[in-house]
Ligand binder design. Sequence first.
Ligand code: KG4
Ligand code: ZN
Length: 404
Amino acid sequence: MTWGGSEVRVLHRAPMKVLAIETSCDETGIALVEGTKTDGGFEFNTLKDTLLSQAALHAEFGGVYPNLAKREHEKNLPVLYREFAGDECDAVAVTAGPGLEPALWQGIEFAKRAARERGLARGMAEGVPLLPVNHMEAHLISSLAQPQGRTFALRGVHLPVLALLISGGHTEFVVMKEWFAYEIIGQTLDDAVGECFDKVARMLGLPYPGGPEISKIAAAHRAKAKIPKRATGHTTEESGPKERVEEFLPKLPRPMLQSGTCDVSFSGLKTAALYALREQALDAAQKAAFAAEFEEAVGDVFVAKTRQALSLSSAQTFVIGGGVAANLYVRGRLQKLLDDEFPDVEFRLPDPLITGDNAVMIAQCALARRLAGLDDSADESLRANGNLALQGPTLDRGSSRSDL
Ligand code: KG4
Ligand code: ZN
């Protein structure tokens, strides 16, 4: 459209369809999501969602092997893309970082081609807009959106928001005082919590990804325990295994509880687990008790640090996101903290189905930004950035975004 003789770019119209691509780690995802701006927020409708997990392939290495991930994305993307052959879209969104660079590159180059192709199909010279998305922002924004039947509603969010982002590569407390402007107030000084789950699971002989496995056996242990979870966590009903468990079970450290900061550290916990498990041939009951003790250590750390971060940020909304946010024990501990000590803070818990990496969250984030009027579009020079940071509040972003 033109206005006063010059071309006006329409940044958003409703509804808007985004085709999104995610390849930052070991999941290949493509999704088509329609977004609409509504009163005080947005509504997202997932039209199509595809995901291929490489977890089974990486299991052999006990973690993600970057060049294997790259090769798999290269193979998987065209297969998934076929599902979208007849679909129109207004923009193509893609994860630009953070993540494994060789894996990110596959998604980005594919997205560039898709944007061109989709534009040509609509008679456009330059292709549809290409929207780079920060993977951590996508975890945050999509976790704030609440499922309502087939749609997700992102509305009624009171700022400031405190987000605890916990995944295989990141562990950070992020404050959003204004929409889409972020400040990290605490983070891991070494390992990410998901990585720690995966490593400890490996020490216990459990398959990759280890988080869900640890969670499963720890929950079974607690369910068996006579006195539920927080008492001692070490007592089981059967006397044989119970004695063996009590004889073996070490108390793991809760690192940095007294640091006075919102930073966390998991390498000490990982090393303590390594020493405790070295040269041990544990039976199933002992492994389950150890997994429960490990989860309790992680839970204690997050409860203490979230208390600190909530006080420091005066947040009105608390949200958790990332793969580890699916952990039921951690969710329960944080829910209890908010119920007991911060009853006025709204706790937004993401649907466990979208806490792991997926393309729907990438589409939701791109749509939220676009529909709010931010112009993120990139051109052919878009590059993968394995260390892409969240944008801070100091950037010039025009008018203040205390409302959507
Ligand atoms: O966000 P995500 O899917 O990928 C990254 O961006 O890293 O997170 C993956 C991590 C893995 O370390 C996995 O073990 C962990 O999330 N995870 C869990 C659970 N489900 C996934 N950790 C603990 N409990 C779970 N239920
Ligand atoms: Zn992730």
